[in-house]
Design a protein around this ligand. Structure first.
Ligand SMILES: NC(=O)c1ccc[n+]([C@@H]2O[C@H](COP(=O)([O-])OP(=O)(O)OC[C@H]3O[C@@H](n4cnc5c(N)ncnc54)[C@H](O)[C@@H]3O)[C@@H](O)[C@H]2O)c1
Ligand SMILES: [Zn+2]
Ligand SMILES: [Zn+2]
Length: 380
């Protein structure tokens, strides 16, 4: 089958790879009709991780069931399904408690598994014609038959639940004011989720004009961090108080303000300044235990200079980590079905699999309005 294969830093290619096959009675094979490129894929694409050439990318996958293992009980050929990016067993201590992003079964020695992702286990990515789904009864979320709302539903694999998760981590409640750093797909989904949860005012910080515009279109207040300290800009619009809650949807590749270089701790420190005393921070943005491409020796070891003193002084709470997609995907699916949510406004491009190479390049450079790309390996 054809698949998006990582060739080395800043290069992917469409190549023929071995077809996946059922390896266990609980597996299914899914014929992939939509698969999205994620900001997390760029960490591998840019050569910042231990990902080896040859890995097939793709953890945001939707398609129809093609073949079922003999132990699968709830799925049949032809069912339309979307898979959480987390591969999870459903029965370990963490899965049982709802922490499917930290499954203890699927990736021994490391909590959590994912498709097509370095260090996340032996699960081939779905930017390909087919993908194997283990523990399939648990990992497939059924969708209404047909092809409707495919671009909304594919976002249930990762970024819609992840944006929502940022709000859970920050405990966003009706009436709260919320600052979201990052207007990438995750940040936009976090801002959108904050509104769904009844936030009174949502600020979105970035520097990419098209992305800030999308934030404005959904009713958020755009803050361009190249126009001055974002925490100060937000305080000016919240009676000098700062917001109740804050969400980091940027992660360790944060850009310094006013200079073209990375400053991995800047968003964390900005959030500590932006959120009012006793508030809370949700941090779905990715931080890593080692970043060989980090700008200094500490950053290379995953250690950042964060103002813990200010954090303590202000009595802020914080939550971090991978999204447990299973915790939210069913409710968010139902909101899409009932027209209460339409997350596909973040999708800027829908392309055939063949165009993956240029899509990666443009998405990585954040040019030509590339905000979120959905690839279509097979016709829906
Ligand atoms: N926790 C999870 O389960 C999970 C899931 C998916 C993605 N992620 C992570 O979420 C983060 C965002 O993902 P994405 O796909 O939206 O990525 P993205 O790279 O498309 O978006 C990040 C945005 O942050 C902006 N930015 C950079 N520096 C900034 C700064 N100092 N202040 C404000 N904005 C700044 C960039 O311009 C960009 O628009 C990544 O770190 C990704 O790995 C986490
Ligand atoms: Zn993703
Ligand atoms: Zn588990």
């Amino acid at each position: 089958m054809r698949a998006v294969v990582y060739k080395g830093p800043f290069e992917v290619a469409i190549e023929q790879v071995e077809d996946p096959r059922i390896q266990h009675p609980n597996d299914v094979l899914v014929r992939v009709t939509s698969t999205a490129i994620c900001g997390s894929d760029l960490h591998m694409y840019e050569g910042r991780t231990a990902a080896e050439p040859g890995i097939v990318f793709g953890h945001e996958n939707l398609g129809t069931v093609e073949e079922t293992g003999e132990g699968v009980t709830t799925l049949s050929k032809g069912d339309r399904v979307v898979m959480p990016f987390n591969v999870a067993c459903g029965f370990c201590k963490n899965c049982s408690a709802g922490f499917t992003g930290f499954c203890l079964t699927v990736n021994p020695g490391f909590a959590g598994g994912a498709y097509g992702y370095v260090a996340m286990g032996p699960y081939t990515g779905g930017q390909a014609e087919y993908v194997r789904v283990p523990y399939a009864d648990f990992n497939c979320l059924k969708l209404p038959e047909g092809t409707e709302k495919e671009t909304d539903f594919v976002l249930l694999a990762d970024i819609f639940p992840t944006g929502y998760h940022g709000n859970e981590l920050a405990d966003v409640r009706p009436g709260d004011t919320v600052a979201v750093y990052g207007a990438g797909p995750v940040g936009l989904m976090a801002a959108y989720s904050a509104m769904l949860r009844g936030a009174s005012k949502v600020f979105v910080v970035d520097r990419v004009a098209e992305r800030l515009q999308k934030a404005e279109e959904i009713g958020a207040v755009p803050i361009d961090f190249t126009q001055g300290n974002p925490a100060e800009q937000i305080k000016e619009q919240t009676d000098g108080q700062g917001t109740d809650k804050g969400i980091d949807a940027v992660g360790y590749q944060a850009q310094a303000q006013g200079e073209d270089r990375e400053e991995p701790a800047i968003v964390l420190n900005s959030l500590v300044e932006t959120v009012r005393p006793t508030g809370a921070l949700g941090i779905p943005g990715l931080y890593v235990p080692s970043d060989p491409g980090g700008p200094d020796e500490s950053a290379k070891k995953g250690m950042l200079m964060v103002s813990v003193g200010r954090l303590f002084e202000k009595g802020l709470r914080l939550g971090t980590g991978q999204c447990n997609v299973k915790r939210y995907n069913r409710h968010l699916r139902d909101m899409i079905i009932e027209d209460r949510a339409k997350p596909s406004f973040v999708v800027s491009h829908e392309l055939p699999l063949e165009q993956a190479s240029s899509a990666y390049e443009k998405f990585d450079k954040r040019v030509e309005g590339y905000t979120k790309v959905v690839l279509h390996p097979q016709a829906a």
